[in-house]
Design a binder for this molecule. Sequence first.
Ligand SMILES: Cc1cc2nc3c(=O)[nH]c(=O)nc-3n(C[C@H](O)[C@H](O)[C@H](O)COP(=O)(O)OP(=O)(O)OC[C@H]3O[C@@H](n4cnc5c(N)ncnc54)[C@H](O)[C@@H]3O)c2cc1C
Length: 432
Amino acid sequence: MTKNQIDKDRRRVLAGLGSIAATSMLPQKLSAQNNNDTDIVIIGGGIAGSSTAFHLAEQGHDVILIERGEIASEASGQNMGGLGGSGWGNNPDLLSYLTAGSVEIFKRIQIDMGYDIEFRLSGTLTAIHTDEQYEYYQDDVVSQRNNGYEIELLSAREARSIEPEANGELPGYIYRPQRGQADPVKTTRAFAHAAEVAGAIINTNQNVISITPMSGGGYVIRTESSEYRCQNVVLATGAWCGPVGEMVGIKIPIVPIRGQMWATEPLPTRVLHTIGSTISSYDWSRNNGSDEVTPPNLTHKNGRRMTRHLYGRQRKNGEIIFGGDRESLGYNTTPDPAGIAVNHRHAAEAIPLVANLPIGRSWAGLMPFSLDGSPIIGKIPIRDNLFIVSGLASSGFGRGPMAGKLAADYIHSGNIARVLAESDPARCVTEA
Ligand SMILES: Cc1cc2nc3c(=O)[nH]c(=O)nc-3n(C[C@H](O)[C@H](O)[C@H](O)COP(=O)(O)OP(=O)(O)OC[C@H]3O[C@@H](n4cnc5c(N)ncnc54)[C@H](O)[C@@H]3O)c2cc1C
C-alpha cells in the first residue's frame, strides 16, 4: 500500500473527530424513540458499548443500549485508566488504530465536547530492571522508532528529570510520550451521555436473559423486566460474551481474567506519568504461556505465578494506584492480598516512595481476553445481523473508544475498514 493510500484510510476513519462539537451541538433526534422497538440494540454499557452507541447515534441510527447494572459498573469503571500505544507509526495496524485513534477520541470528548474526564497525555515511563532487559529493549526501541513510533530509551537520570520520584538505581526507562490517562468511570459515562444527547436510549438495570431470532429477521431480546425488538444486535458484554453468545447458540472464545488493583490514601501530586515495568513483557517475549484454553500474557497459570506485571498512576484525587496481576479464575472478583503485596513491592522498585505508603483500598475486575489475544470486532458471519465489539483484554479502556467507532462505522456503512481484518470474528466464533 502506498503512503498516500495509508494516510487516506486513516483520514477516512478519523473524519469529523477534529471538528468542534460541544455537547449541546450534537445532533438531537427530532422524534425520540419511545418504545422498545428499534434498529440496533447494543448489549453492555462498558466503554465498548457506550462508544459504539455514541458513534452510531451520532450517525443518525436508532439505538438502544441495555446494561445489566449501571454504566461503567464492570471493567470499564474498575481499570487503571491508562491509555496505551506509541502513536500511529508509518504503517498503522489495528493496534495503532485502536490506541492512537482512541487518543484522538479522548481529546474530542474532553477538549471539543467539554466533558471533564480527567484526560491528560501524560506519557508513560516503563522501568527497565536488569541489564539483560536493557539490552533487549535497546534493540526493540530502535526497531519501533524505525517503524515511525514515538518511543525513547532514557537513562535513569533523564527519567528522573521528568519523573522525580522514579528510581535512580535502575538501568533505564522506556518513555512513550503518546500515552496518557483518564478517569474510567467519568469517561465511560461521558460516552453514554453523549450517545443519549445524540438520540440513543440508555436503559440500565436490564439483565439480558434471552436473545431469540424472529422468523422475519431481527431479534427479540428479553431482560428480567422488559422485551426489546430490533433488526441488529451488537454484543459488547466484555468478559460475559461467552454466556451471552450461548443465548444465540454460538461459542465466543472470550474468557474472564481477573485484574486487581490497590490505592494509597490521597496525597499531593508526586507521580506525573503512567508507570510500567518491563519484567512481564520481557518474560512474555520468551514464552507468552498460551495454549488452547489459556490466552497469552497472563501473570499466572494453573495457580502458579509466571511473572510480575505493573501499571499505575496518580489519580487527580491524589490516590496513587497500581495493579498488574492477570489470572484466570472464572468469575471470581475477590482481590488476593498476597498478589497485591507482590505488586506493592514491584511498584516500589519503580517509584520507591510507595514502599512506605500503606494500601488504603483494593479491588478487582474482569478483563475480556480472547483465547488468541486479539480483539474480536465485526460481524458474526454464522448469524444474521449480529455484531460484536470485544476481546479488548487488558487494554480495553484505552482501545475501546476507537473499537466502538470502527464497529459503528462498519454497521453504518456496511463496509469493513481494512484494519478490522485482524479482528474478524469469523476466525474464532463457532456454533456452540
Ligand atoms: C483491574 C483492571 C485494570 C485495568 N487497567 C487498564 C488500563 O489501565 N488501561 C486499559 O486500557 N485497560 C485496562 N483494563 C482493561 C479494560 O478495563 C477492559 O478491557 C475494558 O474495560 C473492557 O470494556 P468492555 O466494554 O468490553 O467490558 P465491560 O466494561 O466489562 O462492559 C461489559 C458490560 O456488559 C454488561 N453485561 C454483561 N452481561 C450482560 C447481560 N446479560 N445483560 C446486560 N448487560 C450485560 C456488564 O454488566 C458490563 O457493564 C483493566 C481492567 C481491570 C479489571
